[in-house]
Design a protein around this ligand. Structure first.
Ligand code: G3H
Length: 557
């Protein structure tokens, strides 16, 4: 049955008792009429300018329409939300030139500015950004189908990330506001920027994860070019003025268009110092390959993962099932941290499978603003067909769908299928599904399972469910070397954002967290001064006059 957005109910003549074949009683039970108008896209958002060199320049070229997979009509049809520029190589290279000029090979205003001044720019940005919460949240729902509470959380979490980054940078600055002395040399050691950053974020966290890269990159004194994700692109529009107003010209430049048309030529130029990308390794490798001087290129990458859950025989099943539901299906499993395979011990397999499958079937599907929904339309039009392929392949190779609704398809969704038993020959075992399908495999020998996980190409996180300390202890000791975060009796997740977020093998390069990201986007650099009368007098004057932006023992409050 097609999904009818709440706001369409406004058009229903209530005296009529039915609307295009649908009984109103049924619709009004399913949809909350009080919310109807609030989330409606009232006018199309045509992004007619782009930010380059401190100006919002009118775009006169080709444009790309932006659609939501959420239908606004009774007969299913994607909803047109607006359009964005379809930039070409020449414009991309202009953006790169603007970022290079602003960096000025390390001599620009931004990389040489006092820390306190860069912090002031960031504070202005976050103040302006906060005024755009409602618009951004609404676009998050329409563009990527994220639920209202999760969209609000994404915005608020990003604001908090910026504020925490500012505080952490102050602490970093305080810690280096001193001189060290060794072997007759005084050293004033700080962290300096790396250069020009190309920043690309993912569609599942188009605001938060893109900003988790660009905010630390900026505050450390780098300049950047960033391309919003393919889905979740319009939601950057309300923030363009804040970027323009808060930072010196050329420090932030924003590109629209296809990666291979705009990002590839930028990499080819060899003028990018840092590739910051959260997405998949195919794009990351393709972009790195374009760069002619690989030894100069720093990488900060968040890539694919296939986080497993291990359920031991003594696990508390109520808690385990709750965590496995949120771990596998929050945002329809479209999270790099999602649980993408469940290993359940043979002894509790039957009970777990039965209860878990029933819980999946009880989940509510609907549009993102509907109260209590967990499952929402998939933003990628081709995703239901891809998930169907994984299901068909698994069924052909011997798996069954354990839940009644598993695999039910509508125009923009496929209901999560719980697949069991899954074997290594199946695609769903090997591929990162990044969507609503849940493979389950059993184990009886824990050593065999550890070997299997050790042989996986992924190494981000794991969820470990159990109670017996004697059994858990050696597992923890091994698992921390196979992945980078072991979640005890809880789903995998990135947050709290102050904790390190990284991965082994194909899952990441570099570490992100409020603190670690500041390090990832900077390098240690220092003034060394032999202990003699001339130098010491210079140091004294540098500190007294405050003429240097780098040499400073000021305590930033
Ligand atoms: O897509 C990967 C995200 O970093 C996951 O973040 O665990 O907070 O949903 P999350």
């Amino acid at each position: 049955m097609p999904i009818i957005p709440n706001f369409l109910l406004l058009e229903i003549n209530l005296q009529n008792n039915c609307y295009k074949g649908y009984r109103i009683e049924i619709l009004t039970k399913k949809l909350d009429m009080k919310n109807t108008g609030k989330f409606q896209i009232k006018e199309l958002l045509h992004q007619k300018t782009y930010l380059i060199n401190g100006e919002l320049v009118p775009w006169k070229g080709k444009t790309d329409n932006v659609y939501s997979t959420i239908s606004s009509t009774q007969a299913y049809k994607p909803t047109l939300l607006g359009s964005v520029p379809h930039m070409d190589e020449a414009t991309a290279l202009e953006a790169m030139q603007a970022a290079c000029d602003a960096y000025g090979k390390g001599q620009g205003e931004w990389p040489t500015m006092k820390v306190s001044q860069r912090i002031a720019c960031m504070e202005q940005f976050v103040t302006q950004m906060k005024t755009k919460r409602e618009e951004v949240v609404n676009l998050l729902m329409w563009e990527i189908g994220k639920t209202l509470p999760d969209s609000q959380k994404e915005f608020d979490r990003t604001v908090e990330y910026i504020n925490d980054t500012i505080e952490d940078y102050k602490q970093l600055d305080r810690n280096s506001a001193k001189f060290l002395k060794r072997d007759n040399v005084h050293a004033h050691i700080r962290r300096g920027p790396l250069g020009v950053v190309l920043c690309l974020g993912p569609y599942n966290y188009p605001l938060n994860e893109t900003f988790a890269l660009l905010i630390p990159a900026l505050i450390m004194g780098n300049t950047l070019i960033f391309k919003p994700a393919k889905h979740g692109v319009l939601l950057i529009s309300p923030l363009l003025e804040a970027f323009r107003d808060s930072f010196p010209k050329g420090v932030v430049n924003i590109l629209y268009g296809r990666g291979r048309e705009v990002a590839a030529p930028i990499m080819k130029s060899g003028r990018i110092d840092v590739l910051a990308l959260i997405g998949n390794s195919t794009s990351a490798i393709a972009l790195q390959d374009q760069h002619p001087y690989k030894n100069r290129l720093r990488l900060v990458l968040g890539l694919e993962a296939k986080n497993p859950a291990i359920i031991l025989p003594d696990a508390d099943l109520d808690l385990t099932i709750d965590e496995c539901i949120s771990g596998t299906l929050s945002f329809n499993g479209q999270r790099c941290t999602a649980l993408k395979i469940i290993y359940v011990h043979e002894d509790i397999r039957e009970e777990f499978n039965k209860r878990f499958a029933a819980r999946v079937d009880a989940l509510k599907f609907g549009n993102p603003w509907e109260p209590g929904v967990m499952l929402t339309p998939l933003p990628e039009p081709g995703k239901p067909a891809y998930i169907q392929e994984l299901i068909d392949d698994a069924l052909e190779k011997g798996a069954s769908i354990l839940n009644k609704k598993g695999g039910e398809t509508s125009d923009n969704y496929i209901f999560p299928a719980v697949l069991y038993p899954v074997t290594p020959e199946m695609r769903v075992y090997k591929e990162e599904q990044f969507g609503p399908v849940i493979p389950i495999k059993t184990f009886s020998d824990i050593q065999e399972l550890l070997d299997e996980i050790a042989n996986s190409n992924y190494g981000q996180q794991i969820s470990l469910f159990g109670k017996d300390v004697k059994e858990l202890a050696p597992l923890i000791d091994t698992l921390v070397n196979l992945v980078c975060r072991v979640n005890l009796n809880s789903a995998c997740q990135r947050g709290p954002d102050v904790f390190p977020f990284t991965g082994r093998k194909d899952s990441a390069v570099g570490t992100l967290s409020v603190h670690d990201a500041l390090r990832s986007f900077s390098i240690r650099t220092f003034l060394a001064s032999k202990d003699n009368a001339i130098n010491n007098e210079i140091l004294k004057q540098l500190l007294e006059t405050k003429d240097s932006n780098f040499v400073s023992t000021d305590y930033i409050l």
